[in-house]
Design a protein around this ligand. Sequence first.
Ligand code: SAM
Length: 200
Amino acid sequence: MIVQLRHMGIRDERVLQAMARVPRERFVREEDREVAYGDHALAIAEGQTISQPYVVARMTELLDIGPEHHVLEVGTGSGYQAAVLAELARDVVSVERHASLAEHARSLLAELGYDNVRVVAGDASVGFAEAAPYDRILVTAASPGISPELDRQLAPDGLIVAPVGDEEMQHLVVRRADGRETRHGAVKFVPLRGRAGFRP
Ligand code: SAM
């Protein structure tokens, strides 16, 4: 998987090494273990998905995480991306709206020894003010925009990476605390729900 990610243009060795350390096969359904390292998204419980490795790598690269960073992830899903973030950051708060997914990810991450990740069940379309400010915020669900609450929870030198667009297609957006934005490749995520998400 790492060789393939390099070929696909992922350059940040810290990200590649972090992904090499996380056992992706533990985050997919048992019947998918043999295909866990292919470059595709896979279904998990509650009609949600674990993102394809290239997208995980690209978003993590865009986040430019340092070992001192306090990170918020919106959309824990399987917990895989949270584990990759935890390999690179000081600590991670990951919020998931499906309580059953949050519970599963929490116990798996604890079993794998990721003691710098806190998984919370709830709506994080408006962030998670209790543990703000964050140096980095990663949204891993398709978003109609970046909510003002997320902006307010970002530290002065912070960065937000989010897939922004409609429910069919999004672009990866990197937004800085001063409001400057850059747009990167096209992606397709399951929708963000909740107060600042898409209406079902
Ligand atoms: N990062 C995940 C992983 O590594 O497996 C993949 C995330 S999946 C593409 C998107 C997740 O966002 C789903 O699990 C979904 O339930 C969650 N989600 C959607 N809206 C949310 C919200 N408002 N707050 C928290 N989680 C949300």
